[in-house]
Design a binder for this molecule. Structure first.
Ligand code: SF4
Length: 379
């Protein structure tokens, strides 16, 4: 059964060297003076909100933005604030999202290791020059190869992010990327489809017909062969877009999918205490003003009713290939899954999108491809 007496911490570092063409995450251009102020504000928020979050912390995740732009002293200051104000378990998973351009020497990795950072998530996205250019990434493919070889030779626990379904991309292009990445044997691979977020430069270019179409056929072929290849190489497909060697699932992201509590700090970060959801506002200016004045940072709270909570539980849990457990659902909601959703489940099973085994309900292979259709049925 899932242990919910634990906590995952997320730190949003909202600075990047430049804005990627597909990105709608909250981030600003990196300026050392603003970053200095931000550190004080982030430490302030960590202290201010700590009394409400005293469960044992099992994972810490530096995301962004580009957290690898922070100096080691800055990362140390944040980690110290966490240690002083939260209850860490022994050996929590501590992940740093890294832009390949920021990891070009072994010494840099050793610095991070010295701080207790025991997992790296490397934003490679693609090893093809033309893809990196299209995506507006600030790193080059040779920088990505250099950081991969540093991580591999150090035997580090690291994830590689890859994006597929780019405009005009053939399945082979993605599969060649994957084959080269596999030669470094990362312990974890996240292989995502490009999401065209409205308002981003890439989505606009697509709308204006300036780029080739994204082929559904190629996309499907890339997904199926990625899955097959990774499984052949000993990776377990454990979430729609995530694969890991045995024992190396991302503990932090599991908190989201297993419906466990998490606390997010920094502008635009989200928190969930199993009842209400809090979203910090996306204004860096207001964030700095409030936190540096020892006030809570601007945020919105949404309190979900029972129906909203159960739907969210299903949407997150069904992303995992192991699916959801009827007993866990009953324990958590004090109601049975069948009483609430028997009609939806029966219909999705008839369509071949969901299947059951013992107490588990999970997406079938077909359901994995049509996951959004499944999720919509529960909303
Ligand atoms: S580095 Fe990441 S957060 Fe920054 S702009 Fe690019 S995709 Fe967005």
């Amino acid at each position: 059964m899932i242990d919910r007496n634990q906590l995952a911490l997320y730190l949003h570092i909202p600075f990047c060297l430049q804005k990627c063409s597909y990105c709608d995450f909250y981030s600003r251009v990196f300026e050392p003076e603003t970053v200095k102020l931000y550190l004080g504000a982030l430490v302030g928020e960590l202290k201010y909100r700590s009394s409400g979050w005293q469960k044992p912390v099992t994972s810490i995740y530096f995301g962004g933005g580009t957290p690898s732009l922070l100096s080691s002293a800055a990362l140390e200051k944040i980690l110290e604030a966490i240690e002083e104000n939260y209850r860490l378990v022994k050996n929590p998973e501590i992940t740093l999202e890294v832009n390949p351009g920021d990891l070009q020497t072994k010494a840099k990795l050793e610095d991070w290791q010295g701080l207790g950072i025991n997992r790296i998530s490397l934003g490679v996205q693609s090893l093809r020059k033309e893809d990196l250019k299209l995506l507006g990434r600030s790193h080059s493919s040779s920088q990505a190869r250099r950081s991969l070889s540093i991580l591999a030779s150090a035997g580090y626990d690291y994830n590689v992010d890859l994006i597929s379904a780019l405009p005009g991309q053939k399945a082979e292009d993605h599969l060649n990327n994957l084959a080269e990445i596999l030669s470094y044997r990362p312990r974890h691979i996240s292989s995502y489809n490009l999401e065209l977020e409205p308002g981003t430069p890439l989505a606009e270019q697509m709308k204006q017909g300036l780029l080739p179409e994204i082929s559904e056929e190629e996309d499907l072929r890339a997904y199926q062969q990625t899955r097959q290849e990774l499984q052949n190489q000993g990776y377990q497909h454990y979430e729609i877009s995530n694969f890991a060697l045995p024992g190396f699932n991302c503990r932090h992201n599991l908190a989201y999918w297993e419906f466990r509590p998490y606390a997010g700090f920094g502008p635009s970060a989200c928190s969930f205490d199993l009842q209400e959801r809090r979203k910090n506002s996306s204004s860096l200016r207001n964030y700095l003003t409030n936190s540096l004045s020892h006030l809570d940072v601007p945020h919105e709270i949404s309190r979900l009713d029972q129906r909203g909570l159960t739907a969210e539980y299903l949407l997150m849990g069904l992303r995992l290939l192991q699916g959801i457990d009827r007993r866990d659902f009953r324990l958590f909601f004090q109601e049975s899954l069948s009483d609430l959703y028997s009609r939806e489940i029966a219909r999705l099973e008839k369509l071949g999108l969901l299947a059951e085994s013992g107490n588990k309900i999970y997406l079938t292979d077909r359901g994995l491809l049509l996951a959004n259709q499944v999720f919509r049925a529960f909303l």
